[in-house]
Write a protein that binds this ligand. Structure first.
Ligand code: GLU
Length: 466
């Protein structure tokens, strides 16, 4: 049997971290078993769905490189099929038209509550054989007896009594199908073998299984994964900061890090923390997903991100860094090779945002010295030493970091200064701040022309603070 999984988001917002993890687990399970992964957009709620949100989901999937073998399928393009299956269920006596009005239902509901009964549809139209009509909904005839056992791969067996399940509305009076029904038709038509989804859907599962059985389809296996909690253990909300995949991207998180982070939110393989994509695919098993909810751990995400910044190929990081620099107005073509800058910076940046901020000075014509401490350091630096260094660098035969280092060393010694006493104002002159890669590397990457130009400006620098 070919394993077929799907990710079935409702496009009502961005791709959030919980959805992305569901997608990842479904994708991993399919890849692990050489199966197929299908993307289905559940857009039947016309009021809440939007094309922007579809685009955001596709963008998020692309960012994480979660490729799908089929789809995206859109439920709004499948209404004819749903209508046909509805008719089939009615014709076979598995569904019926219900003409109870909203007022009737509310009245009966109030009476049930008054009698201390659990409020639910009382199946009044179940055997009435109403014909189709403009105001009738279609309800599924849920079995009256017996139980449905969901053999959940994460939660174990979960038992539901049929008598507890209502006769669910599967089509509204305007003929449009409802959510639980479209999922059933799609999972059947798309030959889904394993449904992996959030555990907020667990209560829908017995109803969906009953409908699949009525349609003579074999229900898929199910795995309901617990939700993700905030760092504080509370339900995830905006207050917890970045929760959309695109926000993580914009915060300078690498997809490799986010993927590694997501896989570990609810799954473990011994005490291993770092997983390459290939390792995830070979090791992931849905049975090992934890049944308790996982909590976000932003520190760990940063730690993972730094790990990938330090270890992925330079060219790979450079390519991802580029848009962050461009957004900040960097003129990439006029500065050093990006891979050299990544090489110089990757020990000290936890995110691409940080790396871009720390590297912008390489790609600007003019730098601004903003912080008062740096301003004071530069204003009080030894001008004769800076001048001498400038002369030494101007005539340096080879513009190498070794030669630059020797020049700074010799110049500081000649002026009775420690290396740092000269290097620090030079660093500020080059970068505008007190933080940079080693000063020799910094100057070398900046290039002789810019380096001399910045030294000249440093010589004329006056502390703006009185
Ligand atoms: N469309 C549902 C959601 O976004 C998922 C349905 C399912 O996976 O069965 O929550």
């Amino acid at each position: 049997m070919t394993i077929r999984t799907r990710f079935a988001p409702s496009p009502t917002g961005y791709l959030h971290i919980g959805g992305a993890r569901t997608a990842l687990y479904s994708w991993l399970y399919a890849r692990r078993h050489q199966g197929q992964f299908i993307l289905r957009i559940e857009d039947t709620d016309l009021e809440r769905s939007s094309p922007e949100s579809v685009a955001a989901i596709l963008e998020g999937m692309a960012f994480l490189n979660l490729d799908y073998d089929e789809g995206p399928f859109y439920q709004t393009q499948r209404f004819d099929r749903y209508r046909a299956v509805l008719q089939e269920l009615v014709a076979q006596g598995h569904a019926y038209y219900c003409t109870c009005t909203k007022e009737d239902l509310e009245e009966r509901r109030a009476a049930q509550i008054a009698r201390k009964e659990k409020p639910r549809y009382d199946r009044r139209c179940r055997e009435s054989h109403h014909p189709a009509s403009g105001h009738a909904v279609i309800r599924f005839k849920n079995p009256l007896q017996g139980e449905v056992v969901v053999q959940d791969a994460v939660k174990g067996p979960v038992v539901f009594q049929n008598e507890e399940l209502d006769d669910l509305i599967i089509a509204r009076s305007d003929g449009t199908p409802t959510y639980n029904f479209t999922v059933v038709v799609d999972d059947m038509d798309m030959r889904i073998t394993h449904v992996i989804r959030g555990d907020d859907h667990l209560n829908n599962t017995p109803r969906q299984i009953n409908m699949l059985r009525a349609l003579d389809a074999t229900p898929p296996s199910y795995a309901h994964i617990p939700m993700i909690l905030g760092e504080d253990g509370a339900r995830l909300s905006k207050r917890h900061g970045a929760v959309s995949v695109m926000q993580y991207r914009d915060d300078g998180i690498l997809p490799e890090a986010l993927m590694n982070y997501l896989v570990r939110l609810g799954w473990a393989h011994g005490d291993q923390e770092i997983f390459s994509r290939a390792e995830m695919v070979s090791l992931f098993d849905i049975k090992d997903v934890h049944s308790a909810a996982a909590a976000l751990n932003p520190k760990k995400l940063l730690w993972l991100n730094q790990h990938y910044i330090k270890t992925l190929p330079l060219a790979h990081i450079a390519e991802r860094l580029k848009p962050f620099l461009e957004d900040r107005g960097a003129q990439i073509a006029r500065g050093p090779e990006l891979i050299d800058v990544v090489d110089a910076q990757r020990e000290r940046a936890k995110t691409l945002v940080e790396m871009a901020d720390l590297s912008l000075f390489f790609y600007q014509d003019d730098i601004v010295i903003k912080d008062p401490k740096s301003q004071a350091t530069l204003a009080t630096a030894s001008k004769p030493a800076l001048h001498a260094l400038s002369e030494a660098l101007r005539t340096l035969p080879d513009w190498t970091k070794e030669a630059i280092h020797t020049s700074i060393e010799a110049t500081s010694a000649a002026h009775g200064l420690t290396f740092g006493k000269l290097a620090q104002p030079v660093r500020i002159a080059m970068t505008g701040t007190g933080i940079s890669p080693p000063i020799d590397v910094t100057c070398q990457l900046l290039g002789r022309e810019r380096c001399l130009d910045r030294l000249t400006k440093a010589l004329a620098f006056e502390d703006p603070t009185p």
